[in-house]
Every structure is written in C-alpha cells, then in structure tokens.
Design a protein around this ligand. Structure first.
Ligand code: FES
Length: 424
C-alpha cells in the first residue's frame, strides 16, 4: 500500500523524550498532580497538588497563576525560556452537568502587555487532560527544532517528538495530527490538538487553537484562546502542537443510544430488507449528514414507519450516530418506529379546536375505530393521532385525513368521515 502523506510525516518524527505514566481516576474533581514539560532539557515530570494548593487556588486561573509564580521572577520576559505556558481546567472540568465546565484557562507572560495574561478557551483539550489524570500542564523552555508534545492516555505515554514535516497552519496541522494519532474514525473523537499558526511567528498577537473533532463534518474544528498573544509564546518555544489523546471510553452518545434502544419494543418494529433502497435515498442527498431528517422523511413516506435497518444504513452512510437518529425518530410526530396505517387521522387539540369540542370528536373516532389515540387499527387502514394546532383555527374544530383538512367537524360527522376515507 502506498505510504500516505501523514505516514511520511509520522516517520520523520524523532522521539526526544518519553515518559510512562498511569491514568488515574479523579477524586472530587482532582487528580492531585500536574504535568511539567521542559523543552530545554527534554524532560517530562509529574508534580503533586497539595491540599493547600486546592484550598487556596481551586484550579483553572488560580492553579495557572500559582504554577507561573513557581517558574518566573520579576525579570522574566515573554520570550525567556522560563516564561511558562500553563493550561488548567477547573475541578469541574469535563463534567457535563454545568455550562462552561469544558473550558481551559491558559496563562503566560504576554508579548503584548508584558504582564501575565490569562485566557479561557473551549474545545476538548482541558477535559481530556483532566481525564488523563492531570490537573494542569506547564510547558517551559525552548526547543531547538519544531516539536510536538503528545499526551496519550491510551498508551499511557507522554513524548516530546521532533516534527519537521507537518504544516504550521493550524487547520492543516490539526487534521494531520488527528489522523496521525487516532487508530480509527471513532478514535478521532478522542484527540484534541493545541496549535498556533504562521501569524504567531510574525506578530505579538498569535492565538492558540484548540481542536475538537466534529463527527458530522468529519474534521477537527477549533476554539481559540485569543487574548494576549499566547500563541506567539507557543511558537517562540518552537512548539508546533500539544496533542492529547483521551482514554478510549464509551462515548456518551453510545450510552444514550443504548438507553433509547431499550425504550423501543423490538416486537413492535417491522423489519425490512431495504438496504439498497435506503442507500439510494441517502445518495439522493449525497450522504450528507445535514439532510438526515429529509432522508428519514423519505423512509417514513415509503414504509409508513422507520424500520431499524434503515437507521443502520443512514448511520453508515452519513456517519450520524444512531442515538441521534433515534432521537429524531422519537421526537418528531411525523416519524414512527411502528408501522402506521394507510391513512392517518389527525384530530386537532389546539386551543381553538379544543374550545369547540375536539376532545369529544377524538373520543368518537376512538370508539368508531376501536383504537386508542396513537394506535393503528388492526387492518392497518387508519392511525389515530391527537395533534397541536393544524394552522386552520378559523375552521375549528379541525380534522386532517392524509392531506385533506376538514373544518367545522361535528361528532355526528365522524362515522361518515371514516366511511368516505375507507372508500378511497
Ligand atoms: S387550534 Fe385547531 S387548527 Fe388551530
């Protein structure tokens, strides 16, 4: 097999330092250790986080400032090797319960203001650093050549690698490094890359780009730590990138998928042998994940339901997680996991229709069809639904059969409506 450009880049890497570590679980938001990378000496080391540090400085900006003051003195300039770049998520970093807990605080002496500057940024880097078992990362020194620092929680190895061939441009570099360190497509979600672009080499206002892998677009996207020119400090250290690879944990969307799947009663779902047909439907939309709702509409029209096999095909073709597809299939009334009748009778329960007695009309339909609302008749002719405003309030009470809207319906009309519909 021909060597890919990314393979050639990886081959050109020279490992300057390697450090084995153990991923540890967090306790009450802390791993109780920080990671330090010295690019002058090619040294990687761990340092304990004391209870006093936690009590006084909490994490995030507090930890960063504390760690900075361990490295600098009053004479330290932004481009001195001992000007550190500190990264720290807070103790809630990576929890999904609170907005903003995905943030990381980055701190360094700014080339713009010549004073300490902090900056907060989203993306996955902070949480992944935390899940790897570090409350903060401190980088000091200056490399002689362009290097990447790789924190790999799957192999439990941290390396400083000479990286001569990758692009400097953050968009390209993030893609290259994501491809390089992920084992497969799913694993790309475990990678986050911090980098800075060419502009940072020629200005004092270089930003840092923090990547997260967007599974829908199938490429890494970025969040910026833009204040103070910390990207300029980053490139001044000849750092091309810091890569963190998260442990291979079951992604949240897979857990959600399992939960949703448990709610679905398999015996009620019809099965179909329809792969080729669904592939055609996906191809009609160029397999673009932006159009999964349209694809599912086509499936619903074709089969009067969404058979699970169709979701498998859409999942494969668009790389949209099944949890998301099930979410759509169960959220919108227009979709049904169970086969609907040939015709759907919708009785409007919106305010205007309700005050004009639509509840009694719905009762009458239930009686005549011998089904409850939401069910389908045994002969699969009709499904009965109660819906919100159908947008024809002036005709209330309103009933819709297929595409036909009937206004001013009365209880005594129900039998006739069903008879007419049966004749169609
Ligand atoms: S409330 Fe029934 S159509 Fe608007």
């Amino acid at each position: 097999m021909a060597e890919s450009a990314v393979d050639a880049m990886k081959k050109a890497h020279e490992v300057l330092a390697a450090y084995d570590f153990k991923v540890i679980d967090l306790e009450r938001g802390y791993a109780r250790r920080t990671l330090k990378v010295d690019l002058d000496r090619n040294e990687i080391s761990e340092h304990p986080v004391s209870q006093k540090m936690i009590d006084l400085w909490t994490g995030g900006k507090g930890f960063d400032l504390w760690l900075m003051f361990q490295e600098i003195d009053k004479n330290t300039k932004w481009d001195d090797p001992n000007n550190p770049i500190c990264f720290s998520p807070g103790p809630l970093g990576g929890t999904t319960s609170f907005p903003g807990s995905g943030k990381t605080i980055v701190t360094s002496i700014s080339p713009l203001t010549k004073s300490i500057m902090d900056c907060n940024v989203g993306g996955y880097f902070g949480p992944y650093l935390k899940f790897s078992g570090y409350d903060a990362l401190v980088i000091i020194g200056k490399a002689k050549d362009d290097v990447v620092v790789v924190i790999d929680a799957q192999t439990e190895k941290i390396t400083i690698e000479k990286a001569p061939k990758e692009h400097i441009d953050s968009h390209l570099l993030s893609e290259e490094l994501t491809e390089m360190y992920a084992d497969n497509e799913l694993d790309k979600r475990n990678i986050s890359v911090v980098s800075s672009g060419k502009g940072a080499e020629h200005t004092y206002m270089g930003v840092l780009n923090f990547s997260f892998y967007d599974w829908r677009r199938q490429l890494p996207r970025m969040k910026q730590a833009g204040r103070g020119g910390i990207g300029t400090v980053f490139r001044n250290k000849r750092l091309k990138a810091v890569v963190v690879r998260n442990r291979d944990i079951t992604p949240a969307w897979r857990v959600a998928e399992n939960k949703v799947q448990k709610l679905v009663q398999p015996e009620k779902i019809p099965h179909c042998d329809c792969t080729a047909e669904i592939e055609q439907i996906c191809a009609k939309y160029n397999n673009n994940p932006e159009y999964v709702i349209e694809m599912m509409q086509d499936v619903q029209d074709r089969y009067r339901c969404i058979p699970p096999e169709t979701l498998d095909v859409i999942n494969l073709k668009t790389r949209t997680p099944k949890a998301y597809l099930y979410h759509i299939a169960t959220f919108y009334k227009t979709f049904s996991l169970e086969e609907k009748g040939e015709q759907t009778i919708q009785v409007c329960m919106g305010t205007a229709c309700h005050v004009k007695g639509s509840a009694k009309i719905l009762d009458e339909f239930e009686r005549e069809l011998n089904v409850k609302t939401g069910q389908t008749t045994k002969d699969k002719k009709f499904s009965l639904e109660a819906v919100a405003c159908l947008g024809a309030c002036s005709l209330a009470p309103v009933v819709k059969i297929g595409d036909e809207v009937l206004g001013g319906v009365q209880v005594k009309d129900v039998k006739k409506i069903i008879k007419n519909a049966q004749g169609k």
